[in-house]
Design a protein around this ligand. Structure first.
Ligand SMILES: [Zn+2]
Ligand SMILES: [Zn+2]
Length: 141
């Protein structure tokens, strides 16, 4: 399956030629600030399956921690992808066009969620990262 998406101004576009897995809503204070929202929703993929198909020169990476960062469009500010150890490993589900073939499976970093936001679904909630023993349904299949 091929997944495509891009930023608000349309200059940056990406393609993922593979499955997405481990989709989660992250409530941490960094993602909240970076998105300007109650939480950010990401899904992971095999880094080898990802490529920018246009506007790569507009992509900026902001690394708050040495290991983790966010890729965003320097023109319109859209948050596009997450990095880990210098590799692009997750996509912001809100920038995917059409059906990404996956639905959110958990809430993470709920311990630092916004006080004004209430979680109203039955997905598993974790205070920080899920424990190693937890397998998202998308990974188990
Ligand atoms: Zn843009
Ligand atoms: Zn986060």
């Amino acid at each position: 399956m091929t997944i495509t998406g891009g930023c608000l101004c349309g200059k940056v576009r990406y393609e993922i030629t593979g499955q997405l897995y481990d989709a989660s809503h992250c409530h941490c204070s960094m993602c909240r600030r970076q998105h300007g929202a109650a939480f950010a929703t990401y899904a992971d993929f095999n880094p080898d399956d990802f490529k920018w198909i246009s506007g790569e020169n507009k992509v900026k990476v902001y690394e708050k921690l040495s290991d983790d960062g966010w890729c965003f469009c320097s023109e319109c500010g859209s948050s596009l992808a997450g990095t880990a150890k210098g590799k692009i490993t997750s996509i912001t589900l809100g920038t995917v066009e059409g059906d990404p073939g996956i639905k959110p499976e958990s809430h993470i970093f709920v311990g630092s969620k916004a006080r004004w936001h209430e979680i109203n679904d039955d997905l598993p909630q974790f205070d920080e990262w899920p424990p190693d023993t937890w397998e998202p349904p998308s990974k188990a299949s």
